[in-house]
Write a protein that binds this ligand. Structure first.
Ligand code: URA
Length: 435
């Protein structure tokens, strides 16, 4: 078996054996399979798909590329949450400390920005000093002491995902059910969790734009979760507009700070409470979702959740003064406002375009090795359904790259559709599947 033959077999739509998949992934990590061969393989998987058996084998080979963390000596059921990726989706930063403050340990391994979507790690690293590259031992110690730790894939934990994720990001191979399943479930299984809440995004800003595709992804995630003995809950949630009003790394942390003080936009709080409630039920801290949501609201109102966030950030090396006084954070050099060209209602947003605009402003990567700009992003003044007058500001962009402003505006002008018609309100949580 050679890498060439494996790529060719997948290209021709054949089912690969577990051995072939394992060989290909481990050879990539050893350098015997090159980036260009892995890219071709990923495109073949993207176009041809994988059977359930292949998806399980791919997930297993990712997990076996590193260590599986044993958290059995930490009391309580460990529960995590992961999103399939959206625009302005900053829920993890708000939710992990919130859930931990209610007594459920949250070991969280997150990813970086992917395609047009942002990544929790890039957002956390916009906080001065915040370390996400921690060893397994440190991760365990932090979890034991603080009940929460948020880190990235490392050379120890799912290194295969770390490398392949970066490659998918720049080779247009993200929107694939097998690749998303292996990427998410490997990280989550390696963390040593008992339960998992998955937020599968659906809509024009999600990797899965249609409900049917999103249900198929949910089914794949649940199947793999079951195979590895994990309790999984999936929420299918609307991504037809950015979540909250801020898109971009530090801007999203800022909005989470508003959330900890109970002042974030309603959609962000609603989703955070719902996902957090499922985690408390899975973690055995609440008998039902209503009780769990009340516990979460009380933890925000009392400041307990914010204190837990500060405790976690401090423990991971952050300078928390900026979290207490976000107005001291440096602002991007260039700011510009997009105004409405007509009066009416915001009828629709092309959310993917907005995510790509944020990437162009500097908030995400165009090449795997690119750094991200913590200050770049978009602030929305209007959301779908809001009325707007001609000349009123729709949004503000922030960037340190003056040269991109014109092209970003061209993109954004077409991304917000204004109409005389009021759009039909859409629910945020579309479906919930308990495994
Ligand atoms: N989140 C991940 O961790 N991986 C994906 O492939 C998509 C979203």
């Amino acid at each position: 078996m050679t890498p060439y033959e494996i790529i060719a077999r997948k290209r021709d739509g054949q089912e690969l054996s577990a051995e072939e998949i394992h060989y290909f992934v481990t050879s990539y990590l050893k350098g015997a399979v090159k980036d260009y061969q892995m890219s071709a393989f990923l495109m073949a998987v993207f176009l041809r798909g994988m059977t359930d058996r292949e998806i399980s084998a791919l997930t297993r080979s990712y997990i076996e590329s590193g260590k599986v963390i044993d958290l059995s000596d930490i009391p309580g059921k460990k529960v995590d949450k992961h999103s399939t990726g959206g625009v302005g989706d900053k829920v993890s930063i708000l939710l992990a400390p919130l859930v931990a403050s209610c007594g459920v340990p949250v070991p969280m391994i997150s990813g970086r920005g992917l395609g047009h979507t942002g990544g929790t790690l890039d957002k956390l690293e916009s906080i001065p000093g915040f370390q996400t590259r921690l060893s397994v031992d440190t991760f365990r110690q932090l979890l034991k002491k603080h009940g929460v730790a948020m880190i990235g894939q490392t050379e120890d934990i799912v290194p295969a995902d770390k490398r392949i994720y970066a490659l998918r990001d720049v080779t247009a191979t993200v929107e694939s059910i097998p690749l998303i399943t292996a990427s998410i479930m490997s990280k989550k299984i390696a963390e040593g969790i008992d339960g998992l809440v998955l937020d599968v995004k659906v809509g024009n800003g999600a990797f899965m734009q249609e409900m049917e595709q999103a249900r198929a992804l949910a089914g794949s995630l649940i199947r793999v979760g079951r195979e590895f003995g994990k309790n999984v809950v999936v929420c299918l949630t609307n991504m037809d507009q950015p979540l909250g009003k801020k898109v971009g790394n530090w801007l999203e942390v800022e909005e989470c700070l508003d959330g900890f003080h109970g002042k974030a936009p309603q959609d962000l709080m609603e989703l955070t409470y719902r996902l957090a409630a499922h985690m408390l039920v899975l973690g055995g801290k609440a008998a039902d979702l209503e009780t769990a949501e009340e516990m979460c609201k009380a933890a925000i109102a009392s400041g307990k959740a914010f204190q837990k966030f500060l405790e976690m950030a401090r423990a991971q090396g952050a300078d928390v003064s900026v979290l207490e006084k976000p107005e001291t954070y440096p602002v991007a050099r260039f700011r510009a406002t997009l105004e409405a060209r007509e009066s009416g209602y915001v009828f629709r947003m092309q959310t993917r375009e907005m995510g790509l605009a944020a990437v162009e402003l500097g908030a995400g990567r165009l090449r795997a090795e690119d750094p991200v700009d913590a200050q770049a992003g978009i602030i929305l003044f209007k959301k779908v359904g809001d009325s707007v007058e001609k000349g009123e500001p729709l949004l503000e962009i922030r960037t340190n790259k003056e040269a991109v402003i014109e092209q970003v505006f061209r993109r954004l002008k077409n991304a917000i559709v204004i109409s005389g018609q009021i759009p039909k309100p859409q629910p945020l949580v579309l479906e919930e599947i308990l495994s």
